[in-house]
Design a protein around this ligand. Sequence first.
Ligand code: PLP
Length: 430
Amino acid sequence: MTKEKPQGLETLSIHAGGGPDPATGARTIPVHQSTAFVFEDAEHGADLFALRKSGFVYSRLTNPTVHALEEKMAALEGGVATSCTSSGHAAQLLVMSALLSPGDHVLSSCKLYGGSLTQFAQIFPDCFGWDSTPFNPDKADEARAALKPNTKAIFVESLSNPEGVVADLDGLAALAEEAGIPLIVDNTMATPALCKPLEHGAHVVTYSTTKFMSGHGNAMGGAVVDGGNFDWAKYADKFPRLAKENPTYHGLVFTEAFGPAALAMHNHAVGLRDLGMNQQPMNAYLTFVGMETLQLRMDKHCENALAVAAYLEGHDKVESVSYAGLKSSPHHTNAQKYMKGQGGAVFTFNVKGGHDEAATVVSSARLFSHVANIGDTRSLIIHPSSTTHSQLDEDGKKAAGAAPNTIRVSIGIETLDDIIGDLEQALRTA
Ligand code: PLP
């Protein structure tokens, strides 16, 4: 018997998670805009509630349209199951709430999206008692030095927003293995079109699907993909919520009942149930459809971004460009190893001058939309130090690559000449 060949990313993007609707024959997935789902009888209801049977109960825990997206994401990423959330931030909260207790510690990259830096530095310790130590994600030894007995996870962005630092996934996965803790990778900026963290030994992949996965700037969402490759039961004392009896399910142990999908099941049956950050069916539908063109879009995003970065690198009004796709970038070696040599679509550049010059360029752009988002078909521009990273102090901004003269762009899939033309007129204004 010949082994079935695994399907390619483009095929999975289109077909995984959704065949024709068995009830109507509709070829695209229906939007199940329903809060609850009818039980066959009292016993069926009781079985679903006790997790003895799988099925749909109430859309805070699971919904068929959201589930279709979860299947597509798991297939693309190579995980065992996915839990979709209302946003990327919610995905981070969901996974951390499954793993951490008050007094626990996380090694978290110092090169994260500004909102995530704040999440780890402020709200997590203040509200939940989860402390973290930042480290440079391309330096696994720095993470090793910061490891504590109560460290329960490592969290990095595979390709960081906004600087494009590429994490040393192999080095961090080796450290995670040694320490008996999971490596959690936010793959928002790279997507599986550039990088599959599970193939490098990561255990969990998180997403803001708001960005390139949905791809059109029209649907908030997040996801936690369970790699199914971490032995929670081996470290039951560290991860009691997954590997010890759960009182709200009459002593059920998630690792015993659900094996490799223990984390994903816990995320639905406890995390989403009790914290309530479920994704809306309409957003899941938009993301599901958007993902069908993921590879095509990412190819074009990267092609345009590389050309724009090269143009900016040679510009007399530009001081520096931080784009991992450029050979001159200190992150290019890791981009070749982990990102198929690509730098993604988002990067920063520093204009000559300071805050005022950068602000003038941002305000003068016409084709670029001046918004707090990335990963749209449209080109986007922003001044990070006064917006996305404004919650940080000056040292924090510097460390995160958001100096006063820094501009972040998310290069869209418009005609390249038009993108460059718009930047040229904006730079000439400054
Ligand atoms: N991760 C990354 C890399 C991001 O860029 C963002 C938002 O910009 C988030 C997570 C948070 O996602 P969301 O805005 O969907 O909550």
